[in-house]
Write a protein that binds this ligand. Structure first.
Ligand code: 0O2
Length: 220
């Protein structure tokens, strides 16, 4: 999100504080994306393999923020936004293979300035819907002119196949204003299970190719 500073300076009070807070989340997203790109580049040079297929990011919209705060019975103020929400800054890392997810997560959270606040492994423990991803809530320092702010960001890491399923399932469930029937939920879950098998098999094929003598090796 690019912020026009002339407009920014014309705001007072809570709106200005909200914009300043959003600017911090925006800065955190930029920092974390850079970290991920550096890791991906290092892999590609050293091992001829890119673990990251692509990276997406977003700042949660004001409407979504308000809805989430209301759902959780939290007051609509800056404090509950900062302490009660983990996903105002969100990064989605789409990896090629299952192993890439855990390599990237370990390398990112192993960095000195990255503090891991929460880790939810919905790959080893998928949600009832069939949703699979590794979720990390991390905190990183953002250096401003006169102070350092520690800013939270949710990083969702998943394979291309998991992302394909989650994107379509999200559209099918949330873009409609009615609940999805039990039968459709079961069919979506069957698709999620089929995709899991594909992910595992693609990983195995990749490993077999590596074993057969290709130069692409993981060990640092
Ligand atoms: P959006 O539009 O993606 O942002 P937390 O957010 O951690 O404070 P919560 O809500 O319990 O608490 O977190 P959870 O369930 O660990 O992760 C929420 C996010 O994961 C969702 O964000 C989705 O992005 C994704 N997600 C979780 N379950 C599902 C699912 O069944 N299907 C799909 N497609 N995505 C899922 P939001 O806020 O719902 O929306």
């Amino acid at each position: 999100m690019e912020i026009n500073h002339n407009v920014f300076e014309s705001f007072e009070g809570p709106i200005r504080q909200y914009l300043a807070q959003m600017q911090l989340y925006d800065a955190a997203i930029k920092e974390i994306k850079t970290k991920l790109e550096i890791l991906d580049n290092e892999f590609s040079i050293k091992y001829d393999h890119n673990p990251i297929h692509n990276i997406e990011s977003r700042l949660k919209s004001p409407i979504s923020i308000m809805q989430k705060l209301k759902r959780r019975d939290l007051p609509l103020n800056l404090e509950s936004l900062k302490t009660g929400m983990n996903d105002i800054a969100g990064i989605r890392v789409i990896c090629n293979y299952l192993d890439d997810i855990y390599h990237i997560a370990d390398l990112l959270t192993g960095q000195d300035d990255v503090k891991l606040l929460l880790r939810r492994d919905y790959i080893k423990h998928p949600k009832e819907s069939g949703y699979r991803s590794l979720h990390l809530v991390i905190q990183i320092p953002v250096f401003l002119a006169e102070r350092v702010e520690h800013v939270k960001c949710e990083v969702q890491i998943r394979t291309i196949a998991m992302d394909f399923w989650a994107s379509l399932e999200h559209q099918l469930k949330y873009k409609r204003n009615t609940d999805v029937s039990e039968e459709l939920r079961t069919r979506l879950k069957i698709c999620a299970d089929a995709i899991t098998e594909v992910d595992v098999e693609m990983q195995e094929i990749h490993k077999d190719i590596l074993r057969s003598g290709e130069p692409d090796q993981y060990a640092f």
